[in-house]
Design a protein around this ligand. Structure first.
Ligand code: F6P
Length: 338
């Protein structure tokens, strides 16, 4: 009987358990045994693995986070850790690894596949929806729904107090959450990492709204957005969370417009809790497809959604760069900016 290892790496995200459950179901149907590798790539360093069966993966579909645990460890950065991963993989009897994660987890999988011939299949997870090669990475829909609900709640308080509220959402390199939750929540101004922020223009939009009788405004900003003229972070660079861009924008807008301003940073709330129906559905389809890829020995590939079809793409293509926001959608958002 062949053995599949599954791990979840990087940031946690709603829908991970849907993938694990589907992998176990499909793998068992195909006659594979599934080993859960704990805490991302770390599990292969610590030899922390256990066989997953139907009992262990039942009742987890609607649970946020990951029953396997996760970590941000990148073994290829440390030669001795990388060697341990390879050694323990060989000893484990695992034939192929399904790596569920974002760009870093998938890049590590690709490196291990290329350098050490460890057979790896990827499943795209990203609340930021920042992965290339797929129209969708699971987790994003839940994050957008959570952020939209928060924007709705902040809307009523902004309106009652005649205030500006700046809402900072996640999105280090791409502004998908800000854009989609911003449109769905009726934000007045949306600021994203892809387009440097022009503070004067932002303040002018707020003032224009006031002139036409709208004495409150909601500004949604991605955590990774930058004010025009400031230096972009290197790809993969650790995000320094202080000062939050939301705080900076809030201060500038209050000083420039004179309107009372508050800032709300949504943070990890966007990543926790129950996955949306869509993320459970896509997670389930992705998990099944990942087992198909293993069965076909289609390694170095990532499951992907393309034009409504579940298919696959090379991991190399998926991690090549970040998937920038849809410009046409951004133009639609701008229609509501004054
Ligand atoms: O990559 C997903 C993400 O949630 C980003 O949106 C955010 O910048 C980052 O993870 C936060 O990471 P951590 O949980 O390590 O603070």
């Amino acid at each position: 009987m062949r053995k599949i290892g599954i791990l979840t790496g990087g940031a946690d995200c709603p829908g991970l358990n849907s993938v694990i459950r589907a992998v176990v179901r499909k793998a068992m149907q195909e006659g594979f045994v599934v080993t859960g590798i704990k805490n991302g790539w770390n599990g292969l360093i610590d030899n922390d693995m256990k066989i997953l069966d139907l009992r262990m993966t039942s009742g987890i579909l609607d649970r946020g986070g990951t029953i396997l645990g996760t970590s941000r460890l990148k073994p290829p950065l440390y030669p001795e850790k990388e060697a341990k991963v390879v050694e323990n993989f060989r000893r484990s009897g695992i034939d192929a690894i399904i790596a569920v994660g974002g760009e870093n987890t998938l890049q590590i999988g690709l490196d291990l596949y290329k350098k050490h011939s460890i057979p790896v299949v990827g499943v795209p997870k990203s609340i930021d929806n920042a992965l290339c090669g797929t129209d969708y990475a699971f987790g994003f829909d839940t994050a957008v729904n959570v952020a939209t609900e928060c924007i709705d709640r902040l809307h009523t308080t902004a309106e009652s107090h005649h205030r500006i509220i700046v809402i900072e959402v996640m999105g280090r390199y791409t502004g998908w959450i800000a854009l989609e939750a911003g449109i769905a929540g009726g934000a007045d101004i949306i600021l994203v990492p892809e387009i440097p922020i022009d503070i004067e223009e932002t303040c002018a939009l707020v003032k224009a709204r006031h002139r036409r009788g709208k004495n409150f405004s909601l500004i949604v900003v991605s955590e990774g957005a930058k004010i025009k003229g400031t230096v972009e972070p290197e790809r993969g660079q650790t995000l320094i969370h202080t000062p939050h861009i939301g705080e900076i924008i809030g201060k500038c807008v209050e000083e420039e417009t004179g309107y009372e301003t508050r800032v709300s940073v949504l943070g990890h709330i966007q990543r926790g809790g129950t996955p949306s129906a869509y993320d459970r559905l896509i997670g389930t389809q992705f998990g099944v497809k990942a087992v198909d890829l293993v069965k076909e020995s289609n390694f170095g590939q990532m499951v992907s959604l393309h034009d409504g079809q579940i298919c696959s793409v090379s991991i190399a293509e998926a991690v090549r760069k970040h998937k920038a926001i849809d410009q046409a959608l951004f133009e639609i958002a701008k229609l509501f900016s004054d």
